[in-house]
Design a protein around this ligand. Sequence first.
Ligand code: C5P
Length: 232
Amino acid sequence: MSERVVTIDGPAGSGKGTVGQQLAIRLGWHFLDSGALYRACAYVAVQNGITAETIDALLDHLERVRFETKPVSQGGEARVLLNGEDISAAVRTAECGQMASKIAVNQNLRSALLNVQRKYCRPPGLVADGRDMGSVVFPKAMLKVYLTASLKVRSQRKFKQLKEKEISLKYDKIYKEIENRDLRDSTRRHAPLTTPEGALVVDTSSLSVDEVLQLVLDGVYIKMNTLESEAQ
Ligand code: C5P
């Protein structure tokens, strides 16, 4: 039996965050930005002097913290709350992204976050974005989407996003940072970034957000119709 979950996986800058939030708002469903959870963990680790090498010490802290990710309606990235405090700006830095990618290789941390993520699956439905949403966290999702784009386009998008936030970072540095994260995320032993079986794969390099959103919405409605006629 499939779950009322749409998973959207893909590398950094593929558009999954923007499309995922818009999709959740259009469907009136909950939204999980799992990358934000890994970033929030990286933030808690740094605040407590924990490094990628001593990451198991973070697991005790996780029992005492409450994360939330909230979609925003007008573009931008989802808001991230830690015990009710808005830490969105702090977790969206390139450094926090790198730290998140380093701690995300740890299997104990990934297991601890499994339940946190699965609790987001509540009626009427969930849109979940990340790296292993379709392959590991929600294997019974009714629709699995994999978004991708060239490294150049993804770096340009991140460059533009940072510029809009008035953060000046050299394009070459962003390109290198994304390239590093791609490599680490797709070659790690546990839950690597991968195209889930049966996924709807969309190369977003030359598509607008609205065009990608429409393709994914079409996929959702086709799945819903199929599930409805199977139930009759
Ligand atoms: O999606 P975002 O770029 O915010 O994710 C930050 C990092 O968190 C990724 O580079 C990846 O290492 C890790 N991550 C993960 N599994 C997920 C989501 C994010 O390992 N489901």
